[in-house]
Design a binder for this molecule. Structure first.
Ligand SMILES: C[S@@+](CC[C@H](N)C(=O)[O-])C[C@H]1O[C@@H](n2cnc3c(N)ncnc32)[C@H](O)[C@@H]1O
Length: 291
């Protein structure tokens, strides 16, 4: 059997197991490349060749996992974020493309301050995607990455070392900014924001393979967001910013929650590629007559 025939059969197998039709072809191909250890070019060139020995058994094993709705990212053990290949496993949220907006916004703030963003806290770092992308792009910044999950911090640290920025980031196991000294210029955060009542309705890939700690946002989804708004109001340097992700349909509630902090002002909201208001930037205004 040729590789192409194996992959077509794999896609059909995923289709009958109930995976959404648009995904099965791409998933079958990515999983085949993972088993082969080949890059895209080698894979495309050799599709008409007979599959190598041992391919069929190993391919069947990964197709089984995908048919049980394990995400492709955790099967292959990695996901790309802003061009950085990051290790992922079920102890961390798989980085999402829309979260790249938080990097864009932080870089925009840094550019507006002529690069003078010295202290950044990535609160709830997960895989480390935000801290690592920012360490790469802002060589003068000192970055502190926090998470309450020791397992997540271990993954994030491995990712940082892999990308040569392990020494540039301080890792702190804590709740958000608790015990983190100093006044950050930017707090960047993608907090858990799924309403508790919505958790059971999440896709099986998310519900079954991503940590609840990374998803559950309390009864209205805003528990962590409120905590971060409070931390921003109290802890940011004067004129500093909170750059934060929120869930679909939550931005009005985020604005209302921010409104309870007289020194916080929403300065910008960014929509993702689906047109959903996804990232919010808030500034801690200097107090009258001092910071
Ligand atoms: C939605 S995930 C985001 C991970 C990563 N920043 C990203 O964007 O892919 C939220 C992260 O917050 C962490 N977290 C949850 N509660 C926390 C808390 N009280 N303090 C610090 N981190 C927390 C979770 O462990 C998880 O890694």
């Amino acid at each position: 059997m040729t590789l192409a025939e194996h992959v077509a059969a794999g896609a059909a197998r995923l289709g009958v197991s109930g995976l959404p039709a648009p995904e099965v072809g791409a998933d079958a191909a990515v999983l085949a490349r993972h088993v082969l250890g080949w890059n895209r070019e080698a894979y495309l060139c050799r599709l008409r060749e007979p599959a190598p020995a041992a391919f069929a058994n190993r391919y069947a094993a990964v197709l089984d996992r995908r048919a049980r709705r394990e995400p492709v990212a955790t099967i292959v053990g990695q996901r790309e974020f802003r061009g950085l290949v990051l290790e992922v496993n079920p102890t961390v949220l798989t980085p999402r493309p829309e979260t790249e907006l938080l990097v864009d916004e932080t870089l925009r703030l840094a550019a507006g301050r002529n690069g003078d963003v010295r202290r950044i806290v990535d609160a709830g770092t997960g895989s480390g995607c935000l801290a690592i992308a920012l360490a790469n792009e802002l060589p003068a910044a000192r970055i502190i990455a926090t998470d309450i999950s020791a397992a997540a911090l271990a993954v994030a640290q491995r990712n940082a070392v892999r990308h040569g920025v392990g020494e540039r980031i301080a890792w702190v196991r804590t709740s958000w900014l608790d015990g983190v000294a100093g006044a950050p210029d930017v707090i960047v955060a993608n907090p858990p924001y799924v309403r508790d009542g919505d958790l059971a309705g999440l896709p099986p890939e998310v519900r079954g393979f991503e940590p609840r700690l990374a998803l559950a946002g309390g009864p209205d989804g805003l528990d962590s967001i409120r905590t971060l708004l409070r931390a921003a109001a109290e802890r940011l340097s004067a004129g500093g910013h909170l750059v934060m992700e929120a869930g679909a349909g939550q931005m009005a509630a985020v604005r209302a929650a921010a409104g309870r902090h007289p020194r916080l002002a929403v300065t910008r909201i960014r929509r993702d590629l689906q047109g959903i208001e996804r990232a919010v930037v808030l500034q801690r205004m200097p107090a009258m007559g001092g910071p």
